[in-house]
Structure formats: C-alpha cells, structure tokens
Design a protein around this ligand. Structure first.
Ligand code: AP5
Ligand code: MG
Length: 217
C-alpha cells in the first residue's frame, strides 16, 4: 500500500502504521521516529530539530523535505509505504506531490484518523515509548503496558516518556496541529483521495483500511 496517515498527536498514527506494516509488509515511515533518532544521535539534523520538537513546534519544512526525499528513494519503499506524521503542512503536501510525480509513485489514498480530544489527551499522558532509536515501540500504561520490569518486550531497552510529553508541549502540539496540519484534511478532500475513520480501536481501524484497499479476504 502507499498511504498517508493523517491525525492529531495521539490519534494512534504510529500504532496503526505498525499494524498495517505487519499486515502487508509496507514500510512505516515516521518522520517523528526519524527525527527522534537523529536527536539521540546528535547529528546535524538532530541538533537542528531538537528545540522545535521539545517545544512541540514543527521542524522547518526544508529539513523535513530533504530527509523525506532521501527516505522515499530507498529500495524498501518499493514494497509500499505508510507515511506516519508526514506531510504536516500544506507546503510539505505540495512538495510531496511534486516529489511523488518525479518518482512515478501514485498514492492509494489518505487515511484521516479521527479521535475525540478527551481520548487524545488521555492517550498522550499515558503513552510510553521504547528508548531504542531503532525500535521506538509504542506502549500505553492503560491499554498496552510494557513488560513488568519497565523494559520493551521487543528489544529489552528501557521504556520512557518522550521529551515532548510534558503538559505544556502536548498543549502546544495540539495547537500546532489545529493551525498547521488540520488544513490538510480539506486539501486532500479536494484532491478526492481522503477517507476519514473514527479511530477508537486500532485493530478495527486497520481492518477498515485494509477493507478499503481491498486487501482483506
Ligand atoms: P510525531 O512523532 O509524529 O508525533 P505526533 O504527530 O505528535 O503524534 P504522536 O506520535 O504523538 O501520536 P500518534 O498519532 O503516533 O499516536 P500513538 O500511536 O503513539 O512528531 C513529533 C515531533 O516531530 C513533532 O511535534 C515535530 O516537532 C516533529 N515532526 C515530525 N514530523 C514532522 C513533519 N512532517 N514536519 C515537521 N515536524 C515534524 O498513540 C498514542 C498513545 O495511545 C499510545 O500510548 C498508544 O499505545 C495509545 N493508543 C493508540 N491507539 C489506541 C487505541 N485504539 N486504544 C487505546 N490506546 C491507544
Ligand atoms: Mg507517532
């Protein structure tokens, strides 16, 4: 599949993307995961991105487009991809369109994960994430707890709260989403490739997406 997952912070983009990737082998491309790994590594990109991310602001479009252009050209994308957290602005969406045209890649559709705000706030304050940059498995102390020793059940690294999980940063991320990212819903609706899913149970959302793509027996 070649899809974009749209949705507010905490809507479950990462959770749904991992399940979809398990279902058909398409690669999950999360700009948030790539940027967090770069911050941990303290690469040039990571040092540029760190302050923006910790405040809950978006990383500048030109940096994100540069990393996505490299990422989408990698061989593993031929099996399909799930874009998680990208594009995030109209500028990124327009640049993506030009890039995909140039690479002769056509999107299947854009899945918009719709989740009520009170559910989102609860999910974000109870989320935990694997600290291994190569894993970044997503946990939740209520709905998907890590192992009893607080370690990732996939790779054994400690499971932690993300640096942008303070109350202040969460509020700011939600405002940034409303201002900069929510307009993409109208943008892709106009393009005729948007489908919205009320996403309260990730498993059901995944089934609905696979059904929509005709990928479920
Ligand atoms: P990013 O990492 O993309 O964060 P985000 O969009 O704020 O989204 P989250 O990862 O917080 O939520 P999610 O929708 O993935 O939900 P999850 O599956 O974890 O971006 C971080 C930062 O990087 C940005 O603020 C920005 O600075 C920068 N950045 C990234 N991309 C960028 C771009 N393109 N341009 C510019 N800057 C960029 O689920 C949340 C929790 O809920 C988890 O605990 C999960 O277990 C739980 N959960 C999920 N689904 C369910 C369910 N159905 N039932 C119960 N619990 C559930
Ligand atoms: Mg995520």
């Amino acid at each position: 599949m070649r899809i974009i997952l749209l949705g507010a912070p905490g809507a479950g983009k990462g959770t749904v993307a991992k399940l979809l990737s398990d279902a058909d082998g398409s690669v999950q491309i999360s700009t948030g995961d790539i940027l967090r790994a770069a911050v941990k590594e303290q690469s040039v990109l990571g040092r540029e991105a760190q302050g923006h991310m910790e405040r809950g602001d978006l990383v500048p479009d030109d940096l994100v487009m540069e990393l996505m252009e490299d990422r989408l050209k990698k061989d593993d994308c031929r099996a399909g991809f799930i874009l998680d957290g990208f594009p995030r602005t109209i500028t990124q969406a327009e640049a993506l369109k030009i890039l995909l045209d140039r690479l002769h890649i056509e999107l299947d559709f854009v899945a918009n994960l719709d989740v009520p705000r009170d559910v989102i706030l609860d999910r974000l304050t109870t989320r935990r994430t694997c600290s291994n940059p190569d894993c970044q498995e997503i946990y939740n102390i209520k709905s998907k707890p890590p192992g009893s020793d607080g370690k990732c059940s996939k790779c054994g690294f400690p499971v932690v709260q993300r640096a942008d999980e303070t109350e202040e940063a969460i509020t700011h991320r939600l405002l940034t989403y409303n201002e900069k990212t929510a307009p993409l819903i109208g943008y892709y609706d106009k393009e005729g490739i948007l489908k919205t899913f009320l996403s309260l149970e990730s498993g059901k959302t995944v089934e609905a997406i696979l059904d929509f793509l005709g990928k479920r027996q």
